[in-house]
Design a protein around this ligand. Structure first.
Ligand SMILES: Cc1ncc(COP(=O)(O)O)c(C=O)c1O
Length: 316
């Protein structure tokens, strides 16, 4: 068994996550897309296929965030109306014997964000929608208060951005060793609340790879930034160290801004990326994946040839 496989096993044994997904997610070569982008190699890490119930990158963290809860627990969390974190929490809370209560803020409507919003309404036990972003704290208080009547409550931070969840994304990064013959030049992913990028920075640090981890910022800078992301990575590293699993420091993180007009607002580069990906059978969402993939279409002087794209969005 490889060092990475042993590490994965040790971490799972130590933190005892619940099992919500099917691991490893595939790493799929995409030679035609690579040619279209002028890259030597492109591989897609199919986090969208994390679970048959409902996939996406958030399943990684939820295995650690839902673990150990008593039956009937109400998991209370927050996100945009089209948040796949909210939807994944609702779907997997039910699978883990609990329920979800959601506070949501409005975001621009696209066919995919609308599909996620509808699924959230169907799958969560309680949804409180703020009329505007500024009143989200009121919606959060209301949902927290009303959830008490449904059962014992457990708070899950927005986006699942918690050190325990970062450990789930670390495992995802470690999976790459068994899936690729050489470290890629770069791993490119959308950067929202930072847990996914934090875990990948820890994984690349642990593997000692020269790979660049590039987070494409798609949320406001107060949420998506290097400081918050590395703070999450260091907190996850401390958590593991306290449980006898010391890890090297996370690798450095590059952040590229592709937010455009705002969170959830499609950008022209992102939509061009979405169309190209869709011609190759890949569904990207305008909020996260399209903006991140857009970076690969407009690389400028950025010299990378072998790329892993972290495909995080699952269609409901
Ligand atoms: C589809 C999708 N991709 C990427 C992300 C970003 O992940 P993170 O919040 O861990 O930065 C999210 C976060 O909600 C997401 O829903």
């Amino acid at each position: 068994m490889s060092d990475a496989a042993q590490l994965i096993q040790k971490i799972r044994a130590t933190l005892a996550p619940c099992r919500l997904g099917e691991w490893p997610t595939p790493l799929e070569p995409a030679p035609a897309l690579a040619r279209a982008l002028g890259l030597a190699e492109l591989a897609l890490k199919r986090e969208d296929r994390a679970s048959q119930r409902y996939g996406g990158n958030k399943v990684r963290g939820l295995e650690f965030l839902l673990a150990g809860a008593s039956p009937g627990t109400v998991f209370v969390t927050v996100g945009g109306t089209g948040s796949t974190h909210c939807l994944a929490t609702a779907v997997h809370a039910a699978a883990a014997g609990g329920r979800a209560a959601l506070a949501q803020f409005p975001q621009p409507v696209t066919p995919l964000s609308e599909a996620v919003a509808t699924a959230c309404e169907q799958r969560a036990a309680l949804v409180v929608r703020a009329r505007m972003r500024a009143t989200l704290p009121v919606a959060m208080l209301e949902v927290w208060r009303r959830a008490r009547a449904l059962g014992p409550r457990r708070w899950i931070p927005g986006g699942g951005a918690h050190p325990r969840a970062v450990v789930g994304h670390l495992l995802a990064g470690l999976e790459l060793t068994a899936q690729t013959a050489h470290p890629p030049d770069a791993i490119v992913l959308p950067l929202g609340t930072g847990g996914t990028a934090a875990g990948l920075a820890l994984a690349v640090g642990a593997l000692g790879w020269p790979t660049r981890v590039v987070g494409v910022r798609v949320a406001p800078i107060v949420i998506a930034n290097r400081w918050r992301t590395l703070r999450l990575a260091h907190a996850a590293r401390r958590l593991l160290a306290h449980r006898g699993v010391p890890l090297p420091a996370p690798c450095s993180l590059e952040i590229v801004d592709r937010l455009g007009e705002g969170y959830g607002h499609p950008t022209s580069d992102g939509e061009a990326a979405r169309r190209l990906a869709s011609e190759h059978g890949l569904t990207l969402d305008s909020t996260y994946g399209a903006k991140a993939f857009g970076l690969l279409m407009r690389r400028g002087t950025w010299n990378v040839q072998r790329v892993v794209f972290w495909h995080t969005f699952a269609v409901p």
